[in-house]
Design a protein around this ligand. Structure first.
Ligand SMILES: Cc1cc2nc3c(=O)[nH]c(=O)nc-3n(C[C@H](O)[C@H](O)[C@H](O)COP(=O)(O)O)c2cc1C
Length: 330
């Protein structure tokens, strides 16, 4: 094994902690390299869904969520850090460097968010019928805005447009490669540590009769929107002013900040990327955004129910964290 930081190293602990972050189809498309005083976050190409996400936009967004998890872990543990995003234009896979600074008092906001990371989960079930508290939703929006992204809350009439965009995305044929890819990540028991187990998918409450789990999940996006419209959920679009790797990374950090804030406030979050995977559906959402920007992800926000969501698996540490001697840094 390479000489370098041990498991007691705060950077190693932060990288392991970041493994709990949410990701597209639980693909966990990140790899952390730990060395003395510094962490490197890289996109892991073997875990990018090439058919659904050809530009790796949602993979980089997922890596941004992992980066935010690592940041709050270090801030909660009492470390100053410096984060350099996309440090090398000639090395597009290198998404960020996290440089450890001096010890500092633990940041109370980071302590609060880090404390709910194990509890945060994607809630695809029908949620509590209690209306969602809009003050709390605005706190979620505040957390997102502080990470250089935005959240547009949709009015009921705009949810109809969202439903159209979801239906359009569902009807768009993802082709045989797309269907194979979805089937490889969704359903089954997921003993490989990635993907969405069948237990975490909605049972077919819409009697759609779709045997294939991946299609059920895509279809459920449309059905959930139709159903939720009547049931006090709020739909919102997470957006960024720009459109590029820096913005996608920011959107992911914002997703993590907003989702963890929502968890502290008893709000269940369901991201629906299906609607933003298809360019034409994304275009349908664009006119709804205030301020104008680029739609990255649709979120359903609802009052959390009392029961826990089924846990999804995670990769073993050696699959996403490596130690690297300082001399090898690039
Ligand atoms: C970029 C992104 C897109 C996602 N899109 C969807 C989606 O369309 N539908 C869905 O049910 N879950 C979606 N999710 C949730 C993931 O499936 C979930 O984070 C992952 O399975 C890990 O489970 P956990 O969030 O319960 O830890 C998305 C998550 C991210 C980060």
């Amino acid at each position: 094994m390479s000489p370098g930081p041990g498991p007691s190293d705060p950077l190693m602990r932060a990288a392991l902690f970041a493994g709990r972050a949410p990701s597209l189809h639980n693909s966990q498309p990140w790899h952390w390299y730990v060395q003395a005083g510094q962490l490197e976050l890289r996109l892991e190409p073997s875990r990018v869904l090439r058919a659904a996400d050809p530009d790796a936009r949602l993979a980089i967004l997922s890596c941004g969520a992992a980066l935010h998890h690592a940041r709050i872990h270090l801030a909660a543990a009492g470390w100053r850090i410096d984060v350099i995003r996309l440090p090398d234009p000639d090395d597009p896979g290198l998404l960020a460097e996290v440089v450890l600074g001096e010890p500092a008092p633990a940041d109370p906001d980071a302590v609060r968010l880090a404390g709910v990371v194990q509890r945060r989960a994607t809630d695809r079930r029908n949620f509590s019928a209690a209306p969602v508290d809009l003050h709390r939703v605005h706190s979620v929006r505040g957390a997102i805005c502080r990470e250089r992204a935005d959240l547009t809350l949709l009015r009921p009439d705009q949810v109809i447009r969202l439903g159209q965009a979801a239906e359009y995305a569902y009807q768009a044929d993802s082709g045989a490669a797309g269907r194979r890819e979805s089937a490889a990540w969704i359903g089954g028991d997921r003993s490989v540590g990635t993907g969405i187990p069948a237990a975490a998918l909605p049972a077919d409450p819409y009697r759609l009769g779709l045997a294939e789990p991946a299609r059920l999940m895509r279809r459920a996006g449309t059905a959930l929107i139709a159903e939720s419209h009547h049931r006090a959920a709020v739909f919102a679009v997470l957006s960024t002013a720009g459109e590029g790797r820096f913005d996608w990374l920011a959107a992911g950090q914002a997703l993590s900040a907003g989702w963890l804030t929502a968890t502290t406030l008893g709000i269940a979050v369901l991201p629906l990327s299906v609607v933003t995977e298809v360019a034409a559906s994304r275009d349908l959402l664009r006119p709804l955004l205030r301020p104008p920007g680029n739609p990255q992800l649709v979120l359903r926000l609802a009052t959390a129910s009392d029961t826990c969501s089924p846990a999804t698996p995670r990769l073993a540490p050696e699959a996403f964290v490596s130690r690297r001697p300082s001399a090898d840094v690039r």
